[in-house]
Design a binder for this molecule. Structure first.
Ligand code: ARG
Length: 467
């Protein structure tokens, strides 16, 4: 048993709680990060209590002052978090009472830790979503900037990791820009579900005090207040929405990382990482390893695991608050930290990565990448596509046997397979033409990619303005 039997919630309990229980119950080792949100929420609550004459204006002023002092002292390190406190909320409240006495004990009027923790977490998630959104916007700019430099850099496009059809490096990068754009949208959607103010829900059934919930929401910059007190204290959808949006970001970063790892291998050599974003080996002097990309790929599992943790944690909880929900924090915080770290390393890595134009072009000229265009050549002359497909299949077989590319095969060989082949076949299957002719909306032709870039720039401009 612990000797302090004077916990604020001691109420009906006699004696102290077991030391093991205190350790097991405590969340201050991780929820201390909420201190700024907790203090901001308490200041808004205290001001409202004063305004509504639920407590005296003098007490409200004392509380606000006391809380501001605590905030300053925590920030400059002169006040340390008490590891024995139950959580950040109890720590700040008892510190306040120690500092200002009686008035401090009035702060919790009309409030429960259940609506308090929901408020703190929402404030925290709002701030983090904004920060991650800014990182994603930076990433978009880097991708667009690089794409603009590589509108004409031909590279092989793959399916099944087998050479398929030629694209450009710009087109490939812009595919990621589209993913990141959707990630931004998902963050905005998560924000919409987060931006709702829960104070006033009390423990579960609201309160008899005439709280002004709208006033508190305005003070704290919330769009709305929660509509149902049971839901308001036990809703963690916004946490799961956030964890899902963060998982999707990690999935995209992981796919890009996997490509960077492949591209920087000796076999591909499509890119060269800047030395600042690569590492060496302790034994093999020749090595230049893409550790950053590998770690991003590896850390993706954390984000997925955290999402699973949260979904599972919530699935069996009867209304309203249950202590299970304290488990939301470590998973959420870890996903936030992981995504921020991954982005902060990935963005400059991509920015400084050098694309090897010659190598990409060389790889694109192998593997019969223009076979579809060869078939299209006949099709455009009236041969049904399936028949043309068969002709080119036979041609590719011949090429494999003679170790030639489609560009190297003689016109006689072409004509022996189909009489409609003429001299212009060579132009039709040049890689440049294969790419520039795919000038369909969303296609890899430089003109089409330029349009794609313009459209995204416009959208980004708009979403920056709507901030
Ligand atoms: N530390 C708790 C949490 O994170 C705060 C809420 C506690 N509420 C309660 N009724 N015990 O969920």
């Amino acid at each position: 048993m612990t000797d302090d039997s004077n916990k604020v919630w001691q109420g009906r309990l006699s004696g102290g709680s077991a030391k093991e229980v205190d350790v097991f119950n405590s969340s201050i080792s991780f929820d201390y990060v909420l201190f700024e949100e907790d203090i901001a929420g308490s200041i808004a609550h205290a001001k409202m209590l004063g305004k509504q004459s639920i407590i005296s204006k003098e007490d409200a002023a004392l509380i606000v002052d006391g809380l501001q002092g605590i905030l300053m002292d925590l920030k400059d390190g002169s006040l340390l978090f008490d590891p024995n406190a139950e959580d950040i909320h109890m720590f700040i409240e008892s510190e306040l009472t120690e500092r200002i006495g009686e008035a401090g004990k009035r702060l919790h009027t009309g409030r429960s830790r259940n609506d308090q923790v929901a408020l703190d977490l929402r404030l925290y998630v709002k701030k983090q979503l904004a920060e991650i959104k800014n990182q994603l916007l930076d990433f978009e700019k880097v991708l667009i900037n690089k794409a603009e430099q590589h509108l004409h850099t031909i590279m092989p496009g793959y399916t099944h990791l087998q050479i398929a059809q030629p694209v450009t490096f710009a087109h490939h990068l812009m595919a990621y820009a589209q993913m990141i754009q959707r990630d931004i949208k998902r963050l905005e959607e998560a924000l919409e579900h987060t931006d709702v103010m829960p104070l006033g829900n009390g423990a579960l059934a609201g309160t008899t005090y005439p709280l002004d919930r709208q006033y508190v929401a305005e003070q704290l910059g919330f769009e709305a207040v929660t509509a149902n007190s049971l839901d308001g204290v036990s809703d963690r959808d916004f946490v799961i929405d956030t964890a899902y949006a963060l998982s999707m970001i990690m999935m995209h970063l992981s796919r890009l990382s996997e490509e960077v790892i492949l591209w920087s291998s000796q076999e591909f050599k499509f890119v060269e990482l800047d030395d600042a974003f690569a590492t060496g080996s302790s034994i093999m002097p020749q090595k230049k390893n893409p550790d950053v990309a590998e770690l991003v790929r590896g850390k993706t599992g954390r984000a997925y695991g955290n999402l699973q943790t949260l979904l599972t944690m919530m699935k069996g909880i009867p209304l309203a608050y249950n202590k299970d929900m304290q488990e939301d924090k470590e998973a959420l915080f870890d996903s936030i930290r992981t995504v921020k770290l991954a982005l902060s390393a990935t963005i400059p890595m991509i920015d400084t990565m050098e694309a090897k134009r010659d190598r990409m072009r060389e790889a694109a000229s192998k593997g019969f990448i223009n076979a579809t265009d060869c078939a299209d050549y006949l099709t455009k002359k009236g041969v049904p596509f399936r028949e043309a497909y068969g002709v080119i299949g036979a041609l590719v077989q011949t090429c494999i046997a003679t170790n030639q590319t489609l560009e190297e095969v003689s016109l006689e060989t072409y004509q022996s397979l189909h009489e409609l082949f003429e001299e212009d076949i060579y132009e039709a299957i040049s890689l440049e033409n294969c790419v520039t002719k795919r000038n369909i909306e969303g296609g890899p032709a430089p003109e089409a990619v330029k349009k794609q870039i313009e459209q995204l720039k416009e959208r980004l401009g708009l979403s920056i303005l709507s901030d």
